[in-house]
Design a protein around this ligand. Structure first.
Ligand SMILES: Nc1ncnc2c1ncn2[C@@H]1O[C@H](COP(=O)(O)OP(=O)(O)OP(=O)(O)O)[C@@H](O)[C@H]1O
Ligand SMILES: [Mg+2]
Length: 309
């Protein structure tokens, strides 16, 4: 088998008696943008911290860029760019200095680090802020700086733990554009996000995990097709009684239904026929929406609707 950028087999992480990651398997191909999805507490950041050699592996194997990941593996760290979930910028330094100092870690000389910092600040559209102190930046600007900083060592593998959380729509689009640019340059990308539209747009492959285990894996269209079917019929403001009659009438069909806050969602194939049938039975209200099923639907079906932690 060809080498993968990341290969996890039976990967576990235990904190005392708590299994945060419970024997997961996945591979990330070189050049892929790989999405790691899951509700709060699923074990995404813990998995990422093992990949980034920030915490040790409890059991199983974890190869990153062909080497065993363990804390202190500088050979791996040298080739990684990391955007961690909590940004750890130095607030007392300027924007440029934060990037430059990081460059030194990757062995860049002073002049090189300055040049690369300026390029990357421009890349993330922060050049006009280069001389400001980090504490003067907005949350979104700080996030963009963390991404710029992660690129200082020209990483082979870029690890992004919720890179766009808290960003406004314009900044998210900027980050998406940059992620695509990097991917087209051959950088392998590992991404976590709670924005399913983002994962659907960016990820070539993804896994959905929960409670330390992998629930599903595939490309976004594969997952949508397999988990919920391609089409969704959404009927808002529906009485429970009508909902029950609809459920009964569709019993024989390969559809999956979800009733939440008075809205009925019907997922599956052959939605034209479903609509026709409900119409003929006079069960279809005047207002309904038909749309393509999305990764968000997949996520909610796999992980449920109740809040975590
Ligand atoms: N250092 C630690 N000590 C003990 N438990 C921990 C530690 N770090 C994480 N955990 C626990 O491990 C589980 C997984 O946490 P993790 O941060 O990996 O989740 P996540 O998928 O990144 O969630 P989120 O979407 O909220 O960022 C959680 O229950 C968390 O409380
Ligand atoms: Mg996390």
């Amino acid at each position: 088998m060809t080498e993968s950028a990341v290969a996890a087999e039976g990967l576990e992480k235990r904190y005392k008696t708590f299994e945060a990651v419970n024997g997961i398997n996945f591979r990330i191909a070189f050049g892929d943008c790989f999405g790691l999805l899951g509700p709060n507490g699923a074990g995404k950041s813990t998995t990422i911290r093992m990949i980034c050699c920030l915490t040790d592996v409890t059991a199983g194997t974890l190869k990153v860029l062909g080497r065993d990941a363990h804390p202190g593996n500088r050979e791996i760290k040298r080739q990684l760019g990391v955007v961690s979930q909590e940004d750890n910028l130095d607030p007392s330094l300027t924007v440029r200095e934060n990037a430059e100092i990081h460059g030194r870690f990757y062995g860049l000389g002073f002049r090189q680090a300055r040049q690369r910092a300026d390029e990357l600040l421009a890349f993330m559209q922060l050049e006009s802020r280069a001389n400001e102190q980090v504490r003067a930046l907005s949350g979104g600007m700080r996030r963009r700086l963390v991404i710029a900083r992660a690129l200082m060592g020209s990483p082979r593998l870029l690890v992004l733990d919720e890179p766009t959380t808290g960003l406004d729509p314009q900044a998210r689009i900027l980050v998406w554009t940059k992620i695509r640019e990097l991917r087209s340059l051959g950088v392998t990308i590992l991404l976590t996000t709670h924005y399913m539209d983002e994962a659907e747009r960016l990820a070539d492959h993804l896994v959905v995990m929960d409670r330390g285990t992998v629930l599903e894996r595939g490309t976004p269209p594969e997952l949508i097709h397999r988990v919920v079917g391609d089409d969704c019929l959404e009927i808002p403001a529906l009485e429970r009684d009508t909902k029950d009659r609809i459920s009964r009438s569709l019993k024989e069909r390969p559809v999956w239904m979800d009733y939440q806050a008075g809205s009925l969602l019907i997922y599956g194939k052959d939605m034209d026929q479903v609509i026709e049938q409900l119409h003929d039975l006079r069960l279809l209200p005047r207002t309904y929406y038909r749309r393509r099923a999305s990764l968000e639907d997949v996520f909610l079906k796999l992980t449920g609707r109740e809040l975590r932690e």
